[in-house]
Design a binder for this molecule. Structure first.
Ligand SMILES: Nc1ncnc2c1ncn2[C@@H]1O[C@H](COP(=O)(O)OP(=O)(O)OP(=O)(O)O)[C@@H](O)[C@H]1O
Ligand SMILES: Cc1ncc(CO)c(N)n1
Length: 274
């Protein structure tokens, strides 16, 4: 038996490679875990926005999940774009069957471009079906707002939302990401006991497509290696900071991050920042 650690992503696609399954697999590779993927929706999108979406038939998603679980059991699972209630029910069935596998829930609802990636009715179902199964949930500000049902504008409101997502909605831990606030990029982590701030300088760049996918993929990879949730989240923050700092300046809109950015530490980036 191989000793290699394995991560599974269940998500949608980005043909331009910055977000979704493509970002997850690149990140798994960089974190030196073996990456597997189950596709939920094929999305025609780029750095400017979403052109079209095709949901895969439910029984085909099931066949993909069967293919994976009947052969190679992952050490950690992440979910990204899950557009419909039926998909959520199917996937939660597998997650409940393997409660020992750490699960990172990235509750993807809207793309960086503002395009909607989840049916509105699914937003309530994700709360009931998936949040209670999450080892760590990673909502951004607007996803956290939908989960708790009120607006979040300050760090204190992020903290209150984090506590509620754990204490009332049933996630084991949560990171409420502050990528869309002003000032320092501060994420709030709540482990059920204590609140922590994960902070970094904010880079003034439009190239933030897929930051959330990449961040949660790192967390999943680290959980697959047996790291603690706190270590996994800290690593996620360090990795995404370098991925944004060394972003590749690709595309006509919000370009992708640099999945090997952490290897460039100490070098000036394309904007001449050290
Ligand atoms: N301009 C920035 N400079 C530094 N860190 C940032 C910046 N934008 C986002 N981040 C960090 O990136 C991570 C992802 O946060 P963000 O809120 O952007 O997620 P998201 O909205 O789910 O991403 P996306 O939908 O683009 O995939 C967080 O750790 C956040 O603090
Ligand atoms: C498939 C997919 N998942 C997640 C996001 C959010 O960045 C995106 N743009 N596309």
């Amino acid at each position: 038996m191989s000793n290699v650690k394995i991560a599974l992503t269940i998500a949608g696609t980005d043909p331009t490679g910055g977000a979704g399954i493509q970002a997850d697999l690149k990140t798994f590779q960089e974190r030196e875990v073996y990456g597997m993927s189950v596709l939920t929706s094929a999305v025609a999108q780029n750095t400017l926005g979403v052109l079209d979406i095709h949901h895969l038939p439910l029984d085909f998603i099931n066949q993909q999940l069967e293919s994976v679980f009947s052969d190679i059991k992952p050490n950690a699972i992440k979910t990204g774009m899950i557009a419909t209630i039926e998909m959520m029910e199917l996937i939660s069935h597998y997650l409940r069957e393997y409660p020992e596998i750490p699960y990172c829930l990235d509750p993807v609802m809207v793309a960086t471009s503002g395009d909607v990636l989840m049916e509105e009715i699914s937003q309530t179902i994700i709360k009931e079906q998936l949040v209670p199964l999450a080892t760590v949930a990673t909502p951004n500000l607007s996803e956290a707002e939908i989960l708790v049902g009120r607006s979040i504008r300050t760090i204190e409101e992020m903290e209150r939302a984090a506590i509620e997502i754990v204490a009332e909605l049933g996630a084991k831990t949560v990171v409420v990401k502050g990528g869309h606030l002003d000032g320092e990029a501060i994420d709030v982590f709540y482990d059920g006991n204590q609140l922590y701030h994960l902070s970094s300088e904010r880079f003034h760049t439009v190239h933030t497509h897929g930051t959330g996918c990449t961040f949660s993929a790192v967390i999943t990879a680290e959980l697959a290696k047996g790291k603690s949730i706190f270590e996994a989240v800290e690593q996620g923050k360090a990795y995404i900071t370098d991925a944004i700092k060394y972003s590749l300046e690709l595309g006509k809109g919000n370009g992708p991050t640099n999945h090997w950015g952490y290897r460039l530490q100490g070098l000036p980036n394309e904007r001449g920042e050290k």
